[in-house]
Design a protein around this ligand. Structure first.
Ligand code: ZN
Length: 434
C-alpha cells in the first residue's frame, strides 16, 4: 500500500501542471504518461466528425497568455496557473482599457482568493479567470492593458485512451474516466490516476473472468464520440463504473446507477458495510458525469460512481483551490482499495442465460420433473430442488448473477446449492453461462 501511495503521488505531481481540455496536446501528453502505468491505445478522432447530435470540435492548444501593464508587468499570467484562461479561448492580441476588458473577466462567487474554472467549448469567445484582488488591481489601473492569449483553435482531432482486457467471458464491464480538466486535483486528476492503477490491477488479475473496456475520454463529447464509434459493443454492456473525484478529504459516497434495483448498487453497499464505512448515497440524477451518455436510452448501462468529496459537493470544486493540498495520494488509495474490492466481487459473479425462454421449459422432457410431484430434495433454505430450478429458469436472463438471484428470491439460500443446480441445467443445455 505504501508503495502504491508513493506511485500515485509521483503521477499526481507530474500530471497536475498539464493544461488539458476536451482536445489538444495536454490530453496526448497526459495519456502518454498514463501509458507508463498501463498499455493504453491512443485514438484520434478528426474535428468535424459527426457523433450522434454532436460534432467533434476544432482542436484547442494554448502556449501562453497574460494581462499586463504597458511596461510588461503581468497582473494575470497563464504560466502561474492554467485556470487563468477560459478553456477554448480563441487567440487574441490587443490593447484594451478596463471597460472593454471587464466583460471578459470571471471571478469566483464565493472564494475571493480562488481562480474559478470556466470553459467556452461551443461558443467562440475568450476570457480570463482571476482572483478578487487581481480583479481589483486591474480595475484600479484602468488600462490600457496588453491582453494576449496565444492559442490555436483549428481543425485537428479529439484524443482518447482505451484499454481492452479480455476475460474468459466476452461480457464486458465498462470503466470510464475523463481527462479534460486542467490543473484541478480532485476533479478529475484523482479519477484518471486511480483508474490507471485500477486498470493495472485488473490487467494483472489471474484467470480474469469478465472482459473489461477501460476508457479515458474527455467528458461529454469524448464519451459521446466513444459510444458512436463503439456502439455495437457498448450496447451489450450492463455494468459501468464512471470514476471521478476520488481524492478529497471528505466523506466516501456513491452515486447509484439509473436502475436503483440493479445489483451493482447492492454490491457497492456491501463493500462499504464490510469495510465499516459511513457513506453518503447519491441517488441517480440526470446531472453528473459520463453516465449521462452511457445510461441514455440507446445504451442503458448501469453506471455507478464511488467518490470521496464528489463533484458539486465541495467548496473548492471547479477552482484553483481543488489542488494537491486538498487531494492526497493516501485519500486516493483509500478509494482505490474499495474499487479493487468491487472488482473482486464482480469477478466472482456467475451469470447464466436461459436458452429456452419462450414460456416454461417442459421439465419432464429433460428428466427434471419429479414423476410423482412434490418435493424432490430438501435444501438448506427450505426450498425444493424443483423450486430452485424454476427460479433459475425464471430469472437467468444473462444479466443477473446467482448472487443477485438469491437476493431476489430468498437471502438465506445457499449459493453453492444454487450453483450446483445451475451446473446441472447447463449440462442439460438449458442454461448457458454468459
Ligand atoms: Zn468538472
Amino acid at each position: 500500500m505504501t508503495k502504491l501511495i508513493a506511485e500515485i503521488d509521483t503521477y499526481l505531481k507530474r500530471l497536475f501542471p498539464i493544461c488539458r481540455s476536451i482536445t489538444g496536446n495536454g490530453n496526448r501528453e497526459t495519456l502518454r504518461i498514463l501509458q507508463e502505468i498501463v498499455p493504453l491505445t491512443i485514438h484520434e478522432v478528426p474535428s468535424g466528425t459527426q457523433v450522434y447530435d454532436w460534432v467533434v470540435p476544432d482542436e484547442w492548444n494554448i502556449f501562453d497568455a497574460w494581462i499586463a501593464t504597458p511596461d510588461g508587468h503581468r497582473i494575470v499570467d497563464f504560466r502561474q496557473c492554467n485556470l487563468h484562461v477560459v478553456s477554448y479561448s480563441e487567440p487574441i492580441r490587443t490593447m484594451l482599457n478596463w471597460d472593454d476588458l471587464q466583460p471578459h473577466l470571471h471571478i469566483h462567487p464565493k472564494l475571493p482568493d480562488a481562480i474559478p474554472y470556466r470553459t467556452s467549448y461551443y461558443k467562440r469567445d475568450w476570457g480570463f479567470c482571476v482572483t478578487h484582488s487581481q480583479y481589483n488591481e486591474l480595475k484600479q489601473f484602468k488600462g490600457p492593458f496588453d491582453v494576449v492569449i496565444d492559442s490555436t483553435l483549428a481543425p485537428g482531432s479529439l484524443t482518447y485512451g482505451e484499454l481492452l482486457l479480455p476475460g474468459k467471458s466476452k461480457q464486458e464491464i465498462l470503466i470510464s474516466t475523463y481527462i479534460c480538466h486542467p490543473s484541478m486535483a480532485n476533479d478529475n486528476l484523482s479519477g484518471m490516476v486511480m483508474t490507471a492503477f485500477l486498470a493495472r490491477f485488473i490487467q494483472r488479475l489471474k484467470g480474469r473472468h469478465w472482459s473489461y473496456r477501460i476508457v479515458f475520454v474527455p467528458e461529454t463529447i469524448g464519451a459521446i464520440t466513444y459510444c458512436a464509434i463503439n456502439e455495437t459493443f457498448m450496447k451489450e454492456i450492463d455494468i459501468g463504473l464512471v470514476i471521478t473525484t476520488v481524492g478529497g478529504p471528505g466523506k466516501i459516497g456513491y452515486k447509484k446507477s439509473w436502475n436503483p434495483k440493479h445489483p451493482i448498487n447492492r454490491i457497492i453497499e456491501e463493500i462499504f458495510n464490510e469495510a465499516g464505512i459511513d457513506f453518503v448515497t447519491y441517488p441517480f440524477d440526470i446531472h453528473g458525469s459520463d453516465e449521462r451518455q452511457y445510461s441514455s436510452q440507446a445504451f442503458r448501462i448501469n453506471c455507478a460512481t464511488i467518490c470521496k468529496d464528489r463533484y458539486y459537493e465541495y467548496m473548492e470544486y471547479h477552482s484553483s483551490f481543488d489542488n494537491l493540498a486538498f487531494v492526497t495520494s493516501k485519500q486516493i488509495a483509500q478509494v482505490y482499495e474499495l474499487y479493487k474490492r468491487l472488482i473482486v466481487k464482480i469477478e466472482k459473479r456467475r451469470i447464466y442465460r436461459n436458452r429456452i425462454f419462450h414460456c416454461e421449459v417442459m421439465l419432464s422432457r429433460h428428466g427434471l420433473y419429479p414423476a410423482n410431484g412434490g418435493v424432490q430434495r430438501p435444501v438448506m433454505s427450505g426450498k425444493s430442488e424443483l423450486d430452485l430450478i424454476l427460479w433459475l429458469l425464471f430469472l437467468c436472463d444473462g444479466r443477473k448473477s446467482l448472487e443477485d438471484i438469491i437476493y431476489e428470491v430468498d437471502e438465506n439460500m445457499d449459493v453453492a446449492e444454487l450453483s450446483s443446480i445451475a451446473s446441472l441445467l447447463a449440462e442439460k443445455n438449458i442454461l448457458e453461462p454468459v
